[in-house]
Design a protein around this ligand. Structure first.
Ligand code: ATP
Ligand code: FE2
Length: 312
């Protein structure tokens, strides 16, 4: 069995193919990189312009007649991007006369993390542009804690944009932060939930009066400590012995260091999704389509911009 997955929820248009053991056969993508923040209609136009080129690359490597199943990420995401992805994938499914199923983008980030790291039953920290959630599996995915305002990646990108750092700002912020010293910024954890808008607005305000590197360093330290606190409490409350990091923000080495140390102190195993598959990609959609198909979970392909993982 060969499964093709299409990712088109936000900035990335990607197509991946896996075989029935999950082995990665194809990983093609193009990423829309706006100067400022993402404009949803512009991102969808970008996908419209690049999708046939990506499909051509795929066809150079595989005969599409060999594909048995197609998965399309149908949410959460930006409506114009979801709609374009659906249109593209329906056309392809009709052409190949193969079934098309809807895939939850968050589940896909988790499944590829579990598959590639071999974590068995972890607490999952999902940190990306739009999402920040602490998740575990108990007869389906459950959300233990989450951001009450913005996703940590969006907070990072907004701080970067204000400081004149190009999108996505995470890697550059991480580099500059290495030179910084700590200044106190607002820390906000409420039970198992987090708030990033307070630390973000105070950081933006202080950019005028403090050194850039000090603000970026302190912003990272405060946000990552908040995440560590909630993850540690999740491990303690569920008595689980594994922590798995997924989503684009986990590429940050300082975040990994903070959480690795917390796990070591508790005797928990620590896993991070490999960086090539941390951000959005078509492979994670293909892999999740394979897993759901085998479990006879066939979700109708319909755009679902606010689709929560705990509703699957
Ligand atoms: P979602 O999964 O919520 O739909 P997304 O798909 O936009 O969000 P990803 O592609 O998973 O998000 O991740 C992108 C985010 O990761 C951006 O906000 C980017 O700044 C951040 N990021 C990438 N590298 C780093 C890094 N080294 N440090 C911190 N953040 C990073
Ligand atoms: Fe994502």
């Amino acid at each position: 069995m060969k499964v093709l997955g299409i990712e088109s929820t936000a900035h990335t248009f990607g197509i991946g193919v896996v075989d029935e053991r999950g082995e990665i056969l194809i990983d093609e993508k193009s990423v829309y990189k706006p100067k400022e923040g993402i404009v949803p209609t512009e991102a969808a136009d970008f996908h419209r312009e690049n999708s046939s080129k990506i499909l051509e690359e795929v066809e150079k490597k595989i005969n599409l007649e060999e594909i048995d199943l197609i998965g399309i990420s149908t949410g959460p995401g930006l409506p114009p991007c979801l709609n374009y992805g659906l249109k593209f994938s329906r056309k392809l499914a009709e052409r190949l006369k193969k079934p098309l199923i809807g895939i939850n983008h968050c589940q896909a980030h988790i499944e590829i993390g579990k598959f590639l790291t071999k974590a068995q039953d972890p607490i999952i920290l999902y940190v990306s542009g739009g999402n920040t959630q602490i998740i575990y599996n108990n007869k389906g995915y459950k959300i233990l804690g989450e951001t009450q305002d913005i996703g940590i990646g969006n907070a990072i990108d907004k701080l970067g944009r204000t400081a004149g750092i190009k999108f996505p700002a995470g890697p550059e912020i991480e580099k500059i932060a290495k030179q910084g010293k700590f200044v106190l910024l607002p820390y906000s954890v409420k039970g198992m939930d987090l708030n990033f808008s307070g630390v973000l607005s105070e950081s933006i305000r202080r950019l005028k009066s403090n050194k850039l590197e000090d603000i970026l360093y302190s912003f990272q330290e405060v946000c990552f400590s908040m995440l560590a606190e909630v993850c540690e409490r999740a491990l303690a409350a569920t008595d689980k012995k594994e922590l798995l990091l997924v989503g684009g923000v986990v590429q940050n080495q300082r975040l990994q260091e903070v959480l690795r140390r917390m796990c070591k102190d508790r005797g928990a195993n620590f896993y991070v999704v490999p960086k090539e598959y941390a951000g959005d990609n078509g492979v994670m959609i293909a892999l999740t389509a394979l897993i759901n198909w085998k479990e006879e979970k066939r979700i109708e392909p319909k755009a679902n911009p606010n689709w929560r993982i705990d509703s699957i």
